[in-house]
Design a protein around this ligand. Structure first.
Ligand SMILES: Cc1cc2nc3c(=O)[nH]c(=O)nc-3n(C[C@H](O)[C@H](O)[C@H](O)COP(=O)(O)O)c2cc1C
Length: 192
């Protein structure tokens, strides 16, 4: 069976609009294909931003081509997923810091990408699609969302051909009916 990795970067999941849309997307994906879903709740994962100590430990492992160390488990999981869904609210023009820390944890030369003899990067990830689900308080547009821009660029680098953004916005504008906007997003074509 194929496997779907759900990188859940939402907070306050009982009320998160991003999480709601993300979960709906996953049920639609599962209606079209059979997936075993692995959900990573980032706020429970305790992944820390790299620092001098952890980076140097990593460099040492990589110098010995020791890709089996536990520290690379998230990278292997990402590289071998058949489909990836990332759900992250739009924060400060991008996404929450815990998602950046997760990206630092998975971006391993030799697992998710490598360089060939000509110095070109070669993506090593199996997934052919990555869905980035987000909701925004104001009106920004997918094309101006630096969170999605980062993810789309990394997806290309990792060898994932399709990065798609699924968004709902204007949710914190008091004159808007946020619930209706979310319902419309869920009722719409979530799989572009
Ligand atoms: C820390 C933080 C930063 C935010 N930054 C922005 C922002 O830069 N632009 C914007 O339009 N909305 C911003 N918002 C509003 C969120 O994008 C909006 O409320 C979103 O729907 C939250 O998603 P959720 O319901 O899944 O938690 C921010 C909210 C928080 C809590």
């Amino acid at each position: 069976m194929k496997n779907l990795l759900f990188v859940n970067s939402c907070v306050n999941r009982e009320t998160s609009r991003t999480y709601r849309i993300g979960k709906e997307l996953i049920s639609r994906l599962m209606a079209g294909d059979e997936y075993a879903v692995n959900e990573l709740v980032l706020e429970d994962c305790n992944i820390h931003a790299l620092n001098s100590k952890t980076l140097n430990e990593r460099v040492k492992l990589l110098a010995n081509a020791d890709f089996t160390n536990e520290t690379f488990a998230y990278a292997h999981q990402f590289a071998t997923a058949d489909c990836i869904v990332i759900a992250a609210p739009y924060w400060d023009s991008g996404f929450p810091t815990m998602l950046k820390a997760y990206i630092e944890a998975i971006s391993i030369n030799g697992i998710v990408y490598r360089y060939d003899e000509q110095g070109n990067s070669v993506g090593l990830c199996r997934a052919d699609a990555l869905y980035y689900v987000t909701t925004r308080g104001g009106y920004v547009g997918d094309e101006n969302d630096l969170g999605f821009a980062t993810i789309a660029q990394l997806a290309m680098f990792y060898g994932i051909e399709n990065a798609k953004c699924i968004s709902a916005e204007g949710l914190d504008i008091v004159t808007n009916d946020a619930e209706k906007i979310v319902e419309q997003a869920i009722a719409g074509d979530l799989i572009p």
